[in-house]
Design a protein around this ligand. Structure first.
Ligand code: MN
Length: 280
């Protein structure tokens, strides 16, 4: 199943290029009081909600809606920094990427967090800041956690996944900590929808691609991930509890490069679809 959020916080099911409005299903969510839950209530309730998420009635073409992030309230956005060998090599070779920082593969660096306030959907676009500096696209397979995970072993890790999205880990290059350079408003794009786990047989066997203004920039495959999705969940959950709605960006492959206002990015991941994101 493909689940999206669109327009004015509507909930939709996507089928054959059409969005079907299933917003009334949100009434089935448990009432939230203060303090709000530390997880995303929709993602936590998905298994129970599925029977209400039925594509019927008159749909709207995907191209006619404004797609928002399929996860509205993730508790955290975890990201893998250097999880493809060829991206490590390009980062080491290009001062415009490494800025004198020591770049190591993920085993040495661990993971980092992006601010949840950075999150947008493809229909909202990316608003660049510090445009005098290099602002790069990083296309990644994004994993949405569906079930609380703490000290989960890799063999069981995928049981804790709700589904998958395309993620853009937008990045200002420079000497500061990653969490600062990667967390401005709109620097985390998630979309175009969440594809439930049952539709992706193996997250380690997907092509990942991005075009900027029609030119292919990154074209890779998740079989080249240094740490697999399951291993990332094992490692991440050994540090912090993963909650429903937490987003895990699995790292970008080689081919990162700058974008500028006016550019259009089209990102795709096999089995998920593609999303068009304007740079402003
Ligand atoms: Mn990244």
């Amino acid at each position: 199943m493909k689940i999206c959020r669109f327009d004015d916080n509507r909930l939709g099911v996507v089928r054959d290029g059409m969005v079907y409005d299933v917003t009334p299903a949100l009434k089935k969510l448990p009432a939230a009081g203060y303090p709000l839950p530390g997880h995303d209530p929709l993602i936590a309730a998905l298994p129970k909600l599925k029977k209400y998420l039925v594509a019927k009635g008159k749909g709207k073409p995907v191209s006619k809606v404004k797609l928002l992030s399929p996860v509205a309230n993730p508790g955290k956005i975890i990201a893998a920094p250097v999880n493809y060998t060829k991206h490590l090599q390009e980062a080491l070779a290009d001062k415009g990427i490494h800025h004198g920082n020591l770049v190591h593969e993920i085993h040495k660096v661990g993971m980092f967090l992006k601010a949840t306030s950075a999150l947008v959907g493809p229909g909202e676009g990316v608003k660049l800041i510090h445009t005098d500096r290099r602002n790069d696209h990083e296309v990644e397979l994004a994993v949405v956690i569906g079930k609380k995970a703490k000290n989960v072993k890799a063999e069981k890790a995928l049981d804790h996944v709700a589904g998958y999205c395309i993620g853009l880990d937008m990045t200002i290059r420079g000497p500061e900590e990653r969490s600062l350079r990667k967390s401005p408003d709109s620097y985390c794009v998630l979309g175009p929808w969440l594809v439930t786990r049952d539709e992706i047989e193996d997250p380690g066997n997907l092509s990942v691609k991005i075009e900027v203004n029609g030119e292919v920039k990154q074209d890779a495959h998740t079989s080249d991930l240094i740490l697999s999705v399951a291993q990332l969940i094992e490692w991440g959950s050994s540090f912090y509890t993963l909650h429903p709605g937490d987003v895990l960006l699995t790292g970008t492959p080689q081919g990162v490069g700058p974008v500028k206002p006016g550019d259009v990015m089209v990102a795709s991941v096999q089995g998920i679809g593609e999303m068009r994101v304007a740079v402003k």
